[in-house]
Design a binder for this molecule. Structure first.
Ligand code: ADP
Ligand code: MG
Ligand code: MG
Length: 909
């Protein structure tokens, strides 16, 4: 089809069973254009057209409108001529006119990009010619009013003046409908449509000061440039930034001969899916409307009808329509136009087999002839994603590796948390929005204090922000809502760990703890009022919303099994309790990579002993308090070892600054003073004394164990005794004791010495022994740099990427919320490094640490724990760095298992 030689084409034609491009050229032609070309070459009836490449969009940005139009003018004119000869019509001709659509199309489909303009090429003369040629005035004028409406809105900026204004064209139509006493767009008479065209044009003139363009070529160039501009429109830029799509990609422009679904009762338009996008069920389905055009089906101007008879019957059941009524009033396409249906059915089958994935298609029927206007891999729910991939595998359409690569890791989340009933969500009233910090669905009564969470059977903990003291309450509450804090705030991290629904940083909430009320704008909510949280969208909803249990379908289990077949890197879990350990095991965790012992100290009876330990002034006093803690810790470890039954368990020694454990409220301080028989003042003094300027850089981690060796001693004893007790019961356990926050070799050596001598003492006492490892976290940059020396001593490394990120960037995790969002918005940072591992910088330290460590201990076991262990891109990085295992919260274990497999597969491709 190409006429120009030796120049890289800027325009690619398709139609008449041929095409210059194909579906592999998505980067150049955009997704829509590439697939139109491919379909055409496959012999599927696609209206002929052409695609102006994404590169031209970039050139336009650099060179401007005038130059770019000159550059592509000849090719565009030639391509229009190709369409004309195929269609037997002429662009701008008033007797036999060609009309076209102008459609945007980036390499990925982007909501918020430019809307499509249909019926371009219309003017006062063309409309008369079209009416005469088709002998259908209604159709010709309907097309004309649609064109002005779309062109006016998209190209001439005839948009509503403000958010609560209605579209100026809609306003005119509403007015006329009222006057005429009609409800639907298809009830307009020819005269009505003529009036609308006149009024629309006047509105354009009034608003823009310009006449509506009548020359089809002017219209065409105007629309092409508008598509290019839309790439840099606010909505598109926002969406691009959110997804990390670079500005250089640009959008393509597709110009295509119009086919008309609005020519009467033998015409129509619709959308269809080769499988169910909600459930994944292998049933062809979709909706259509007779005598309609473009987005009418999606926009809901009339109630659309079902494509298949089965679908129609299912729909009728829900809509409570009797079968005889259904067949007459809402017949399926299958019943109404059996031949067209058969043809469509063939194409959907062809396209799904060709693309080897579920397709989302658009079609139009013009006077009894079927045309396909778009196909793409259809968007789907997490459940559908898994089912479709596994079904395609079983059907032999894709192989195992392809099935695994077809899964979007983060979407598995949807399968792991309870979800709102989509039907209930439709009528829900959203009162505010926050960050979707932890997915899931929660409904409950508002409580403002953690210790009141148990007041109601279902509670939602609403806080300005949460702190470690709130842990128990957070665990009891059905969901957590905070006014402050980001995606790595305490509330968010803990909630994700618990697999609990959480919305954080909902700035619109005004919380008054004293009055126990919550203000959102004018509305006041009291303690005990029902609210619902949609942790997947960040929507805060008034009242109760029905939930449904997620279905961990058979396919999901099969997928996980398949992942383990290909995954090389192991996946462990972060678990602090037997309950979490069990959940993680059910999700396939291959061990525990991090048990944080401090969480155990926050529970009711323990916190007292813990506080006594902290408040003690002497070693003897501390030892006394630690003695009380010992049996409790030991019992915890026994529970965890038992749950993991033979799998490795890494236990981290006490890590946080002691200040976190002491009471900060007067009432609790008094209580403690009484219990310890000391003065309130003494308690207050100690609390003040423990306060640090930079607690995260202060007296914490191994610095605690090195200054108070008796703490390490007690913890080691609890671990080793627990293991010995279980050994006696026949349960094998191999604890891995982990020293946190070391920066120097000596820091480790001192701790190791205490651990080993304590263990040896116990072995002697019991006349029995177990195997155990002593390793360390690598979370201080210096430790990564000194890894060769440290590895000479340590049995294993575990990169604590939360602290490592904090210390490498020099960002306090607890204060980063003040500037990180702005940094991301301004593009100073691409994303939150606490969420997505900064491979470039922090990743270097992980690499260096691993390499240097293995230079002195070749078989050194290396893992990572921290929030990144369940984040797909970070997990992939870990595999490529040669890490032995990642450790993540229980609910992310399946995701990490999948990514581990995907990463391994990718290196074989
Ligand atoms: P989007 O990217 O928003 O889906 P499209 O470019 O696919 O926008 O077009 C919007 C609607 O217009 C779709 O229903 C599409 O099928 C219809 N459409 C686009 N081009 C034509 C055409 N040449 N003839 C008939 N309908 C068309
Ligand atoms: Mg479309
Ligand atoms: Mg740490």
């Amino acid at each position: 089809m190409k006429t120009l030689e030796n120049v890289k084409p800027r325009v690619y034609s398709f139609g008449d069973k041929q095409a210059d491009g194909n579906s592999a050229m998505k980067n150049l032609l955009g997704g829509k254009g590439a697939n139109l070309a491919e379909m055409s070459a496959l012999g599927i009836p696609v209206p002929p057209g052409f695609t102006i490449t994404t590169e031209v969009c970039t050139e336009y940005k650099a060179l401007g409108q005038y130059t770019v139009i000159q550059m592509i003018k000849e090719e565009v004119e030639q391509s229009i001529a190709n369409i004309e000869s195929f269609m037997g019509t002429k662009f701008g001709d008033m007797h036999n006119p060609l009309l076209v659509s102008v459609r945007s199309g980036a390499r990925v489909s982007m909501p918020g990009m430019m809307d499509t303009v249909l019926n371009l090429g219309m003017n006062d003369e063309v409309v008369l010619g079209l009416a005469k040629k088709t002998n259908n005035e209604q159709f010709a004028w309907d097309s004309y009013r649609r064109f002005i409406q779309m062109y006016g809105g998209v190209v001439l900026g005839m948009k509503p003046a403000s958010k609560d204004d209605i579209d100026p064209f809609e306003e005119i139509m509403e007015h006329l409908k009222e006057k005429r006493g009609i409800e639907l767009d298809n009830e307009f008479t020819v005269q009505d449509l003529k009036d609308l065209v006149y009024d629309f044009k006047s509105a354009v003139k009034k608003r823009t000061g310009q006449d509506f363009p009548t020359n089809p070529w002017d219209q065409l160039w105007g629309a092409v440039i508008a598509v290019f501009n839309s790439w840099n429109g606010d909505r598109a830029v926002y969406y691009r930034n959110m997804n990390g799509y670079p500005a250089e990609w640009g959008t393509a422009v597709n110009v295509q001969a119009m086919v008309y679904g609005n020519m009467g009762d033998n015409s129509g338009t619709g959308v269809c899916f080769t499988r169910d996008a909600g459930t994944g069920e292998n049933v062809f389905n979709g909706e259509y409307l007779i005598n309609a055009q473009g987005e009418d089906v999606v926009a809901g101007v009339r109630t659309p009808q079902q494509i298949t008879k089965l679908g129609s019957q299912r729909w009728a059941k829900l809509a409570k329509v009797e079968e005889d009524q259904r067949a007459i009033k809402y017949p399926s396409l299958e019943e109404l136009m059996p031949n067209i249906f058969e043809e469509l059915n063939t194409y959907q089958d062809t396209l799904e087999k060709h693309y080897r994935d579920m397709q989302d298609m658009e079609f139009t029927i013009q006077d009894g002839k079927l045309w396909i206007l778009q196909t793409r891999n259809g968007k789907r729910t997490g459940a559908a994603m898994v089912k479709i991939a596994m079904d395609l595998l079983k059907e032999g359409m894709i192989n195992e590796k392809e099935a695994l690569l077809a899964i979007e890791p983060n979407k598995l989340d949807e399968l792991l948390h309870p979800v709102f009933d989509p039907k209930a969500l439709k009528t829900a009233s959203v009162i505010a929005q926050g960050l979707p910090a932890s997915p899931g669905a929660a409904t409950g009564r508002i409580v403002f204090f953690a210790d009141e969470a148990k007041k109601y059977k279902n509670s939602i903990l609403v806080r300005i922000e949460t702190s470690p003291e709130d842990l128990e309450g957070m665990n009891i509450a059905k969901g957590i809502l905070t006014a402050r804090g980001g995606m790595t705030s305490h509330a968010a991290v803990v909630a994700r760990g618990m697999g609990k629904c959480c919305i954080s940083g909902a700035g619109a909430l005004k919380i008054n703890y004293k009055k126990r009320i919550l203000n959102v704008g004018e509305t006041v909510y009291q303690e005990g009022d029902w609210i619902s949280l949609n942790g997947s969208t960040g929507n805060i909803i008034e009242g109760k919303v029905a939930t449904i249990e997620p279905e961990l379908s058979g396919e999901f289990a099969e997928l996980m099994k398949l992942s383990d077949k290909y995954g090389v890197m192991k996946v462990r879990t972060n678990a602090d309790s037997p309950k979490d350990a069990k959940i993680a095991r059910n999700f396939g965790a291959q061990g525990i990579g991090l048990t944080r012992t401090e969480h155990m100290f926050f529970e009711q009876d323990r916190i007292k002993a813990m506080r006594e330990m902290i408040l003690a002034d002497t070693v003897k006093g501390r030892k006394q308090a630690l003695k009380e803690l010992l049996p409790m810790q030991r019992a915890d470890f026994e529970g965890i070892f038992e749950a993991m039954d033979g799998l490795a368990v890494t236990i981290r020694l006490l890590d946080p600054p002691l200040h976190e454990f002491v009471p900060h409220q007067l009432a609790t301080q008094k209580e403690l003073a009484e219990e310890m028989h000391i003065s309130l003042q003494a308690v207050k003094n100690k609390v003040a004394e423990l306060e640090e300027f930079n607690p995260m850089l202060g007296h914490r981690g191994c610095r605690l164990g090195n200054t108070y060796p008796e703490i390490t001693e007690m913890q080691t004893r609890a671990i080793v005794e627990a293991a010995l007790n279980l050994k006696a019961k026949g349960v094998i356990c191999k604890p891995e004791i982990m020293v946190p926050l070391i920066g120097t070799v000596k820091e480790f050596e001192f701790q190791e010495q205490i651990i080993r001598s304590t263990a040896n003492a116990i072995f002697k006492e019991r006349n029995d022994s177990i195997e155990y490892l002593v390793g360390t976290m690598i979370e201080i940059p210096r430790a990564a740099l000194m890894a060769d020396k440290i590895a000479e001593k340590a049995d294993f490394f575990s990169f604590g990427t939360n602290d490592l990120t904090q210390l490498t960037f020099g960002y306090s995790r607890d204060d980063a919320g003040r500037f990180l969002p702005i940094y991301i918005q301004k593009g100073i940072l691409k994303n939150d490094p606490f969420e997505i591992l900064d491979q470039e910088g922090v990743g270097q330290l992980v690499k260096i640490g691993t390499e240097r460590g293995r230079s002195t201990k070749p078989d050194l076991k290396v893992g990572i724990c921290g929030e990144h262990g369940g984040e797909p891109s970070s997990v992939e990085f870990c595999y490529n760095t040669g890490i032995d295992y990642v450790s993540c919260s229980p609910f992310r274990v399946p995701i990490a298992r999948l990514v581990s497999a995907q990463a391994a597969i990718k290196t074989t491709l």
